[in-house]
Design a binder for this molecule. Structure first.
Ligand SMILES: *Cc1c(COP(=O)(O)O)cnc(C)c1O
Length: 376
């Protein structure tokens, strides 16, 4: 059976070019000195992607490793951490900070809108005694993108180190680490970059390095310890054997992404057309505002449940769509239009299939999903 068209908000479709790159000859990455230069080239490409001069690293582990490594390396027991929470990932970030002894304060935003930077500004005027702040760029479950270009400069004015989870946005939304004064920004291989799951990457500002390298208490981890990477290139030393094949594939995926000059416009255009189609048909988007350009979250309409919708999309149409977890479970479904999936043809067949199934279950649609999509 042919693998389904993967329209989930990660993992996404991996191109043949990336898969072929992964078949390259394996070397010993510790002893083959050219591998250090290869790894450094990927780091430089990541700098270009994130628009930063800061150091960048690629770690062998899924996006969650990036989150945890940032928390483990930055947070000392008792450090005051501000956790910006307007969604499942934002709230969960606080749990990682707690594991490493952070004293958490939540700044709670509306779960159906992007974080309001004016409200945050007012809050910070009165409360700014924080060392670190955590936030999420794209809240993937709810399909909301937060304005990191407004939020992070605010945090910076109070000297608060910002840690941004941009796993589902890098490559699909504007990210300018230096302009936005972001201290640590992390991404994952399997979302908009369309490489297989398994790698996380991050940028680290001089201020973040300074905190990491001048702690009173030692970092209680090795795999999550960013300090051990400080001079990997000069010392020709990796803390552990590098995942050679994953890095071959990832390097190619990042190059493809950099070459694709239309990508951000295409993500914005397609996301807009999907939303138009959903709204014109009478279906309901989950968020009220702050819509993501990489994923659309839609309320499950009356007349069908998620399990039926998911199974019929998969078995009758060979298309895999996303659900959600936590409090959104069985309330929404999600279409990922990120990275290699962000093309008109893939989204069109997805909406056509969705329309067939909804009509079969007598879910009323005021207009045709795919016709409105095509007109926008
Ligand atoms: C996908 C994703 C991650 C990585 O988490 P997994 O659930 O393990 O894939 C982290 N943060 C965000 C915002 C994500 O979308």
């Amino acid at each position: 059976m042919k693998k389904p068209l993967l329209m989930t908000p990660g993992p996404t479709y991996v191109s043949e070019e990336v898969r072929m790159a992964m078949a390259g000859t394996i070397t010993n990455p510790d002893l083959d000195l050219s591998f250090y230069d290869f790894y450094r080239t990927i780091c430089q490409d990541i700098q270009q992607l994130l628009d930063t001069k800061d150091d960048t690293l690629i770690l062998s582990g899924e996006g969650i490793l990036g989150l945890e490594a940032a928390c483990a390396s930055l947070i000392e027991p008792g450090d005051k951490v501000l956790c910006l929470d307007n969604g499942i990932f934002g709230k969960g970030f606080g749990d990682f900070a707690k594991i490493y002894g952070g004293k958490i304060t939540y700044f709670k935003g509306d779960y159906k809108r992007g974080i309001d930077s004016q409200q945050l500004k007012d809050f910070l005027e009165k409360n700014h005694d924080f060392k670190i702040a955590t936030l999420v760029h794209c809240e993937t479950p709810s399909g909301i993108t937060n304005p990191i270009d407004q939020i992070c400069p605010l945090l910076d004015t109070y000297g608060i180190i910002s840690v941004v989870d941009a796993v589902s946005s890098v490559g699909g939304e504007e990210v300018h680490v230096d302009d936005a004064k972001i201290d640590i920004l992390l991404g994952g291989s399997q979302k908009c970059l369309s490489a297989p799951p398994g790698l996380t990457f991050l940028s680290i500002s001089p201020r973040a390095w300074n905190k990491i390298l001048n702690r009173t208490m030692k970092i209680k981890s090795f795999y999550c310890n960013l300090a051990v990477w400080k001079s990997w290139y000069e010392d020709k030393w990796f803390p552990y054997t590098q995942p050679v094949s994953d890095l071959y594939g990832f390097a190619t995926a990042v190059k493809r992404c950099l070459k694709d000059e239309d990508k951000l416009k295409r993500h914005a255009r397609i996301a807009h057309a999907v939303r138009k189609a959903i709204q014109a048909s009478g279906l309901e988007l989950y968020p009220y505002s702050g819509f993501s350009n990489t994923v659309t979250t839609i309320q499950i309409p009356k007349g069908i449940n998620f399990k039926t919708l998911f199974n019929e999309m998969l078995h009758d149409k060979n298309i895999m769509i996303g659900g959600a977890f936590d409090f959104l479970e069985n309330r929404v479904f999600r279409i990922g239009h990120m990275g290699e999936n962000c093309y008109e043809d893939k989204v069109l067949v997805t909406l056509k299939a969705l329309e067939d199934i909804l009509r079969k279950h007598d879910v009323p649609l005021k207009e045709s999903l795919y016709e409105v999509f095509l007109d926008n």
